[in-house]
Design a protein around this ligand. Sequence first.
Ligand code: ATP
Ligand code: MG
Length: 552
Amino acid sequence: MESTNFIHDIIDEEIAEGKYRADEIHTRFPPEPNGYLHIGHCKALIIDFGTAAKYGGKCNLRMDDTNPAKEDTEFVDAIKEDIHWLGFDWGDRFYYGSDYFDRDYEYAVELIKKGLAYVCELSAEQFRDPAYCGDLTHPAVSPWRDRPIEESLDLFSRMKAGEFPEGKYTLRAKIDLASGNFCMRDPVIYRIRYIDHHRQGKKWCIFPMYDFAHPIQDAIEGITHSLCSLEYEIHRPLYDWVINNVSVGCKPRQIEFARLNITNTVLSKRYLRYLVENDIVDGWDDPRMPTLCGLRRRGYTPESILDFCQRIGVSKSNSMVDIGLLEHCIREDLNARAPRRVAVLSPIKLIVDNYPEGKTEYFDLPNNPGDPEAGTRALPFTRELYIDADDFAQVPPPKFFRLKPDGEVRLMGAYIVKFASLETNADGSIKAVHVNADLETGCGMPADGHKVKGTIHWLSADYAKPATAILYDRLFTEENMNDLPEGKSYIDFLNPSSAEKVENIMVEPSLADAKPGDRFQFVRTGYFCLDRKNPGVFNRVVGLKDSFPKKA
Ligand code: ATP
Ligand code: MG
């Protein structure tokens, strides 16, 4: 994680100026526990934890649970699990934003006493009315701006005591009703909500707004650099205003970076939640989801995801990253370490006519041809085999180097076989392809030294085990899901063939011992991961063909 970026340049400068010692650098990752983490969060995690690690500083994990409406402990546990899975650790610095509600309240009272906040009586409707919120050329208006401090203090404490209905009053920061930045037009910093908070229960019926609570949380924890995505840039003046006007001891600096966007993908918890709640996907960990638990179930390794995030780097302007790069990263990782196994996804019978019935012979196949240390395993060979339907063509297209009438082919790691005859069912479909093996050659060259062009994979029909494969593909058909045509919703672009279930595939006997989460390269087919939930189901992580480097 020894990379550098514009955030590190800023910090380097501050350290050079003597503002901080390197080991004083303190960041935080502040997820809202209203959903599962997605790969966009991974970018933020690398920036937050990676920056702290680079300087020998600290990074806190803080649940941003100020908004009581949608939070759940299920999400808190899942967030922790996913962060640990990626290899980051917050040590003993785990916090909840809601733990600071008492302090938030005190700082709000401090602002009122300083004449910097007031209780306002505009209704939600009036807030949206141009007569009150103004526009680009007209300032906002609040008839309650000059309410006496004592009156605001009294009303605010009675708001807290539950004397008023929701929406009756708000507390607003007194900043600048004419500001060109609408965030600064006396923003609401507290509102009344009668709702149980997942940790505070009924203790509070007033809740601080994010823009008020967040800088205070950062300051209380001694955060030096509050790193967040670009949409908070416009809120930064308010962040600074809060920090500078309440008596917190620490003055964190907010720095924004570009969000991660990936083609054919949505990275918004609201959208992802909708897919889950409407059973469009099989939960937050559906292998097509860009959530960390979904990627994990699909078969992605933490290393491949971190590699991806490192390669795209950290920038200050929004851009779209090709999902092909993510696929490239997992392919590269699994190519180096996934054991090779044989699976036949669309099995047809291959009968070796000249091979004795009842005989079994074992051929050693390499677990990874690129890595001699990975060793070999023995694959049983018998008279009746399975091969993939795609590896035989009755009417072969040009340059078809697999099995065809009058052709020959190498059975991977075993004999060369020559076509003998075709056995069909009444409907014309293939019952079995008959061949004769060159039993002298074994794995070696034919006696006359001629070249056999094609090699196909095979399994013994006596020893192969049935299994199921799910061929996953991109969840959305449209590249740029952030910029959809007029009147279209992201739901309109769901890929109808993003999860193709293939039952009754055949796999080599050793795969009977595979454990949930184990990853393999099915030779000539793709990378697969044994599902963590459904026994006997192999999820396709990614195909073998890499289109990315050519495009890049
Ligand atoms: P969403 O829009 O998906 O709901 P969010 O910003 O509300 O995301 P949070 O839980 O508040 O989600 O995010 C925690 C941190 O992760 C924030 O600092 C946020 O800036 C960052 N983050 C969220 N999405 C992305 C993304 N796509 N790329 C980079 N950082 C992100
Ligand atoms: Mg957020």
